[in-house]
Design a protein around this ligand. Structure first.
Ligand code: P6P
Length: 352
């Protein structure tokens, strides 16, 4: 007889860890799988647990503040940025099936040659997105995307080219949000599943199976400080949301940390927008390791993700750190968005 206390919590003896879930999914969807992907993912989960341990105690470990460097984006590196980046590079680097990684923190792609046999995966990631929020105790996150090393491509000679694949080629994508609890959300193309880190025994335990994004929410999420530099169709769309044009009043929620803003949108619905602005005319968010993984997860959960001119996952990348506008949300909000943006695209294409 199971004790009542155990029966009502996720620590029930029937818990499902992320490793168990991946293996179950692989057996269900690709019986011939060698378990190679779950070995890769265990490198990511380990690195995020190492990072989580420091995020939680940042103020006590001299891990707040800047590391003194500037990353390839021209952003001041936080100490935790550097730690999270090194943890992922180390944990993935010791997995012989990983050929190449690319990080927001490194200008060039990194190859792991000289090990037993050629790797077959490419992993791109933002090791600690939103890290400027750490010092004020706001949620931050890790975002990752897994691609196959293209057939016939030599990982050592063309590492950057191997990363430049559209989002539809992703084998898996996920993020970890270091928030009030630490949750990993991932997809391999068979739905979206969330796992909460149980610090009492250090495992990610299934807590959100088959996440579906609500058709319509009640929040929009954008940095309204840039309103004046949003293109007019975006201003008209946001006014539509604010004025009850969607049959309900929307509230604004904006944390300024993509993983936190997207995680809320995934669970509660609504829409997140980072439009083109004067300062970032191509958008601020990076295609390969922010927009693409978010788009894969959103679409797998029944949502939509666009750059304003095309489906995010169909953008053909030309450089590792390229940026894109990102509008991602539930079906209802995104259908309304298409209505406002479509004429603008038609007009701009005519003008082009
Ligand atoms: P802004 C954090 O720096 C980040 O890259 C994303 O996590 C976040 O969505 C965005 O920038 C916030 O940008 O211009 O609103 O501060």
């Amino acid at each position: 007889m199971k004790s009542q206390a155990l029966a009502n919590t996720k620590t029930d003896p029937m818990i499902v860890t992320i490793q168990q879930h991946i293996l179950q999914e692989q057996r269900k969807h690709s019986p011939q799988a060698s378990g190679s992907f779950s070995w890769l993912l265990s490198g990511i989960t380990l690195a995020t647990k190492m990072t989580e341990a420091r995020v939680r105690r940042a103020g006590l470990l001299d891990m707040v503040g800047t590391a003194g460097g500037i990353n390839v984006q021209g952003e001041v590196q936080q100490k935790l940025d550097v730690y999270a980046d090194e943890a992922l590079i180390h944990c993935l680097g010791v997995r012989e099936n990983v050929a190449i990684v690319a990080s927001e923190e490194s200008e060039e792609a990194i190859t792991f040659d000289g090990r037993g046999g050629p790797g077959k995966y490419v992993v791109v990631f933002d090791p600690l997105d939103g890290s400027s929020n750490i010092d004020v105790n706001v949620s931050v996150g890790t975002i990752f995307s897994v691609l196959a090393l293209p057939e016939g491509m030599n990982s050592v000679d063309e590492p950057e080219k191997a990363c430049l694949q559209p989002g539809i080629k992703q084998l898996a994508a996920g993020y970890v949000v270091y928030g009030s609890s630490t949750i990993m959300v991932y997809t391999t193309g068979h739905g979206v599943h969330g796992f909460t880190l149980d610090p009492s025994f250090g495992a990610y335990v299934l807590s959100h199976e088959n996440i579906r994004m609500p058709e319509q929410g009640t929040y929009y999420s954008s940095n309204d400080a840039y309103w004046d530099s949003f293109p007019k169709p975006y201003q008209e769309y946001l006014s539509h949301l604010r004025s009850g044009g969607m049959g309900r009043r929307y509230a604004l929620r904006y944390i300024g940390s993509l993983v936190a803003d997207f995680h809320r949108t995934l669970l509660r619905g609504g829409v997140f927008l980072y439009p083109p602005t004067d300062k970032n005319p191509d958008g601020k968010l990076r295609l390969l390791y922010e927009a693409n993984p978010v788009a894969f997860i959103a679409e797998q959960a029944g949502g939509v993700a666009t750059s304003g001119t095309q489906r995010i996952m169909e953008i053909e990348p030309t450089e590792i750190h390229q940026r894109t506008p990102l509008i991602v949300g539930g079906k209802s909000e995104m259908q309304a968005f298409e209505h406002f943006i479509e004429p603008a695209n038609v007009l701009s294409s005519l003008a082009g």
